[in-house]
Design a protein around this ligand. Structure first.
Ligand SMILES: Nc1nc2c(ncn2[C@@H]2O[C@H](COP(=O)(O)OP(=O)(O)O)[C@@H](O)[C@H]2O)c(=O)[nH]1
Ligand SMILES: [Mg+2]
Length: 310
């Protein structure tokens, strides 16, 4: 059985992707970034090399400001590739500090590393050498849906558990309303900017756009669920990952998305009514609902961990 070797969009499917240059969001954010001591950039570990803003990479690669790249959702990846990915990010893009996290796991070793690492980097940065470190503030940034809010929550919860209730009650509310920042560590004193900075994903080509769509960094409706499902099928087949076959009620792999969606719609029993010209109503498999469910299953890790940039 042979499968597609490359993914090409038909011209009629052409999608208006986010451009690869600096968006308005980043310009506004750069203002804010000046006042923080450490940038924690969160990205989806399933696309370690796709979607990050090249202008932003340039801004931080000067090394002026401590930067940590958190590759989140590691539970949805092929764990054994972590070391290789970190090495490649260092060599290709000069990123020194990569941490893999699973924000759904309170005990995640990566999550536990973030604050101590941020503190270490800030302590040894220029600012500390000049003025002496009183406190440090961290800003969490990244493209949509990569887990920025989840990271903030898991870091905050960890810290709240450690501190006494009065300490939290005394300061948290005030700090937040006045400074829009949250105390997440007392010793060392570290704040986090409350609202995470949202970047537009950068799409260099159609395939990168499809990868970002598949992991959910782009709005589904922008690309279309059936097309996203088709990209998933292409990727799974190309890498001989056939976990989807049984799940959609097929006997054998296929590269035909219509076949997959019809089979899946039948096996989960989703139909839509179609009124024919003669007035007769027929039930058809609802392939759109099936596509949505298929993507959801993939994103949930039901077909195994992936690195779409492999
Ligand atoms: N499997 C998994 N899901 C995660 C993880 N972190 C976040 N999510 C999920 O990813 C989705 C987006 O998370 P959210 O924190 O809202 O992302 P944000 O848009 O960057 O703030 C939510 O459904 C989260 O439950 C993770 O480490 N593993
Ligand atoms: Mg959020």
């Amino acid at each position: 059985m042979s499968f597609r070797e490359a993914y090409k969009l038909a011209s009629k499917q052409s999608i208006r992707w986010f451009p690869g240059h600096m968006g308005k969001g980043l310009k506004q954010m750069q203002q804010k970034l000046r006042s923080v001591d450490c940038i924690v950039e969160v990205h989806d570990a399933r696309v370690p090399f796709s979607g990050r803003n090249p202008e932003f990479k340039h801004t931080i690669s000067g090394g002026a400001k401590p930067h940590i790249l958190v590759l989140n959702k590691k539970d949805l990846t092929e764990i054994r590739e972590q070391r290789k990915i970190a090495k490649e990010l260092h060599e290709r893009e000069g990123i020194e500090h990569v941490v893999f996290t699973n924000c759904k796991d309170q005990q995640c070793a990566g999550v536990k590393r973030v604050i101590p690492l941020a503190h270490k980097l800030v302590s040894s940065s220029d600012r500390y050498n000049r003025t002496g470190l009183q406190d440090a503030s961290i800003m969490i940034i990244g493209v949509p849906n990569v887990g920025k809010s989840s990271l903030i929550n898991v870091l905050r919860n960890k810290n709240l558990r450690k501190k006494s209730a009065t300490q939290v009650g005394n300061t948290a509310g005030v700090t937040r309303s006045v400074m829009e920042r949250i105390k997440i560590s007392v010793d060392p004193l570290i704040y986090m900017i409350d609202t995470p900075g949202i970047l537009e994903p950068c799409v260099a080509d159609d395939e990168m756009g499809m990868k970002l769509a598949l992991v959910g960094c782009l709005p589904d409706h922008l690309v279309g669920e059936e097309l996203i499902a088709d990209y998933m099928l292409y990727w799974m087949n190309k890498h001989h990952r056939f976990e989807y076959v049984k799940a959609v009620g097929l006997e054998h792999p296929t590269d035909n998305i219509a076949e997959v969606l019809v089979s899946f719609a039948k096996s989960i029993g989703v139909e839509r009514k179609l009124k024919k010209l003669d007035g007769q109503v027929v039930n058809l498999p609802d392939v759109l609902v099936a596509a949505r469910k298929l993507i959801k299953n993939f994103r949930n890790g039901d077909f195994g961990g992936v690195n779409l940039d492999r």
